[in-house]
Design a protein around this ligand. Structure first.
Ligand code: ATP
Length: 248
């Protein structure tokens, strides 16, 4: 469904992403992991059309979309969430979600009806009339997910939707992400919460200093010495291997 080929993104003299490639098959949940500053969010910006790459190509459903602006990519079915959640503070939760729904529904009643449905789907059903500013961190993360889902995407790019959540909040939201995929939305997710990556993703790509250093199943990448060295560390890799073995 999505193919990123040999993308390089320079900011002046800094090579944030250097020759990175990845593919996301339709119906998959694919993870993108790596240390802080590796270039993950920059790559999302390139895929969603917020950043024009220095070189390389992005294809979606077989078409070259590298030159398309972000709003056209959204219409084509690419949606992203942002790491730093910034809801419209003066609007309630339903109205915030409806902002996404207006992409395909010009009629206000239709957009609000879709916002209600999406709000319930992500667990915000009881909060739809509350001001967005009153939500907890976990609520805001769900709202960010809902705003992107309300654009009715074919592929959802999730940028650290689990960051800042406690273990029980993470346990609650992981099944929501899986159910979104099960209902037909392909997912590419940047995530540092490795337990969730192990649980959700079929394939994982590892970016370090702008370069793709590994790809494979979560189990494969946890056993890759380059990934252990550049990102996981030995203790975490060992714990994750145990988790993987227990899952199997
Ligand atoms: N607009 C920009 N201008 C200049 N440098 C930038 C810009 N955006 C990102 N960078 C730099 O590019 C590098 C990659 O940053 P990026 O945010 O993509 O990393 P990341 O892997 O998403 O990190 P994190 O896990 O901390 O979110 C960093 O060195 C960052 O400072």
């Amino acid at each position: 469904m999505l193919s990123v080929e040999d993308i390089t993104m320079r900011f002046g003299g800094l090579v944030a992403v250097g020759g990175a490639s990845l593919t996301v098959p339709k119906g998959a949940i694919v993870g993108l992991i790596g240390p802080n500053g590796a270039g993950k969010t920059t790559l999302f910006g390139v895929i969603a059309g917020f950043l024009k790459p220095t070189s390389g190509r992005v294809s979606f459903e077989g078409c070259d979309i590298t030159a398309l602006p972000a709003h056209v990519r959204a219409q084509e079915g690419i949606a992203r969430t942002f790491q730093i959640v910034q809801p419209f503070a003066g609007l309630n939760v339903r109205e915030n979600i409806a902002v996404g729904a207006f992409l395909r529904h010009r009629n206000s009643a239709d957009a609000h009806a879709l916002a209600d449905a999406v709000g319930h789907r992500v667990g915000l059903g009881a909060d739809l009339d509350k001001p967005a500013s009153s939500l907890t961190v976990a609520g805001r993360k769900r709202l960010e997910l809902a705003r992107a889902l309300a654009t009715e995407p074919k592929i959802l790019l999730l940028d650290e939707v689990l960051a800042g959540l406690n273990p029980s909040e993470i346990r609650d939201i992981v099944p929501v992400i899986r159910s979104i995929r099960d209902e037909g939305v392909t997912i590419l997710m940047i995530e540092h919460v490795m337990q969730a990556v192990m649980n959700l993703c079929e394939q994982v790509y590892v970016l370090a200093q702008g370069r793709m250093i590994a790809q494979g199943t979560p189990q494969d990448v946890c056993e890759d010495p380059h990934v252990v060295e550049a990102y996981l560390g030995r203790g975490a890799a060992e714990r994750l291997r145990t988790v993987g073995a227990n899952h199997a």
